[in-house]
Design a protein around this ligand. Structure first.
Ligand SMILES: C=C1C[C@]23C[C@H]1CC[C@H]2[C@@]12CCC[C@@](C)(C(=O)O1)[C@H]2[C@@H]3C(=O)O
Ligand SMILES: O=C(O)CCC(=O)C(=O)O
Ligand SMILES: [Fe+2]
Length: 382
């Protein structure tokens, strides 16, 4: 049996009830949270205003290109997912996380499992614990997974499953449209896009993962952290958040390195670019380093709908993007990349060197001065 102190250090322990906490214990107190200023990213914030893309706008592709090159993230409007559905999804998630800990624990993630209830996967790499609960799900296995939480398969279960299935259908269709928009934004012609699709089946084989986040109110939000800063590893994520800000995007200076606070815009979704998309686009579209902070007065919910390649697909820079240049990254699968990231966290002493992200990407980049990895190209690459 682990001792209680050992339990407190285990990132996957659920001994400590965040919802009832009256103070932030040492186990949940992070260093370095205030190294960089936090600035508002709302419309009217000038340079720091988070880019907005309206999918109905005929010039949407240009806006996507600019935002993906300069920010790695944008607010998405005109996406067609009904606001009323987003509200039902949020209410369902709130109801699920409000269940007794013992119910949620039946779905606890085991060891290295990608799916399940508990802290997010990256929690493994840090000695401190995040002020949140998470639940990663495969939308293709929704009903059996949620039966762990609701074994009686009663009304709440049916309702939540129904809402999540409706949501998955809408988001899957949106993700396909967005992938096409990204390819247009890269400057690919119609025939090139058809060629990429025929060769790599990017859209057809794209996988979806849903990750739910719950950030309870926190008695001392300046010392705690909802989600440790990271880049998402896949292609891109569609994020939905409650009307409580908390997502911070990292921006390099000049004028200064800073965190830009994502505004809560009713009905809008957020798009974040992940590391494998940076690889696929040969570094043209950048993944965004981001974190989530917590709040004293209001709990917050977010949902990330992750799109990524099939597990066995090697992802390397698209030859249509590399053109006459050189590939900047070697090709690898998503699971291989996750292993590289694990090494990056281990080498970097986790909490310190990762303040700006990018370490794992550097580890798979091809140095122009050596030929290593040049013939390492695979499925989704040149
Ligand atoms: C499909 C994915 C994407 C994962 C891993 C797996 C399931 C859970 C996702 C997250 C969700 C929370 C942040 C993150 C960084 C984490 O720790 O778990 C994500 C990670 C990634 O983007 O790498
Ligand atoms: O809660 C948020 O806004 C961010 C969540 C996040 O980054 C993630 O789930 O990957
Ligand atoms: Fe994320």
């Amino acid at each position: 049996m682990p001792t209680p102190s050992k339990l407190n250090k285990d990132p996957h322990n659920h001994y400590f009830d965040l919802g009832a906490a009256r103070q932030v214990p040492e186990t949940h107190a992070w260093e370095g949270l205030h190294e960089h200023p936090v600035v508002d990213g709302g419309v009217g914030a000038g340079e720091d205003a988070v880019p907005v893309v309206d999918m109905q706008d005929p010039h949407a592709a240009e806006a996507v290109a600019r935002a993906s090159e300069q920010w790695g993230a944008f607010l998405l409007q005109g996406h067609g997912v009904p606001r009323e559905l987003l509200a039902r999804v949020e209410a369902g998630i709130a109801g699920m996380f409000a269940l007794p800990k013992t119910d949620k624990m039946r779905a606890a993630r085991q060891g290295g499992d990608p799916y399940g209830y508990g802290l997010p996967h990256i929690a493994l790499y840090f000695s401190k614990t995040m002020w949140s609960e998470g639940y990663s799900l495969s939308p293709t296995n929704l009903r059996p997974e949620l039966r762990k939480i609701w074994p009686d398969a009663g009304h709440d279960y049916s309702q939540f499953c129904g809402v999540m299935e409706e949501f998955h259908k809408e988001m899957g269709a949106l993700a396909d449209k967005l992938m096409e928009l990204f390819l247009v934004a890269l400057g690919l012609t119609g025939p090139q896009i058809a060629g990429v699709e025929a060769e790599h089946k990017l859209t057809e084989t794209m996988s979806e993962t849903i990750h739910l986040n719950w950030y309870p109110k926190c008695p001392d939000p300046k010392r705690a952290l909802g989600m440790k800063a990271h880049t998402d590893s896949g292609f891109f994520a569609l994020l939905m958040q409650s009307q409580v800000p908390g997502l911070h995007l990292f921006r390099h200076g000049p004028p200064a390195d800073r965190w830009v606070e994502m505004p809560a815009v009713p009905g809008a979704l957020i798009v974040n670019i992940g590391d494998l998309f940076q690889i696929l686009t040969n570094g043209r579209f950048r993944s965004v380093y981001h974190r989530a902070v917590v709040n004293r007065d209001r709990e917050r919910i977010s949902l990330a709908y992750f799109l990524g390649p099939a597990a066995n697909a090697k992802v390397g820079p698209l030859k249509e993007v590399v053109g006459g240049g050189r590939p900047a990254y070697r090709a690898l699968t998503w699971p291989e990349y996750i292993i590289v990231r694990k090494e990056a966290f281990a080498n970097g002493g986790a909490d310190l060197e990762f303040t700006k992200g990018g370490t794992a990407l550097e580890m798979v980049s091809i140095n122009p001065d050596d030929d290593d990895g040049m013939d390492d190209q695979g499925d989704i690459s040149s």
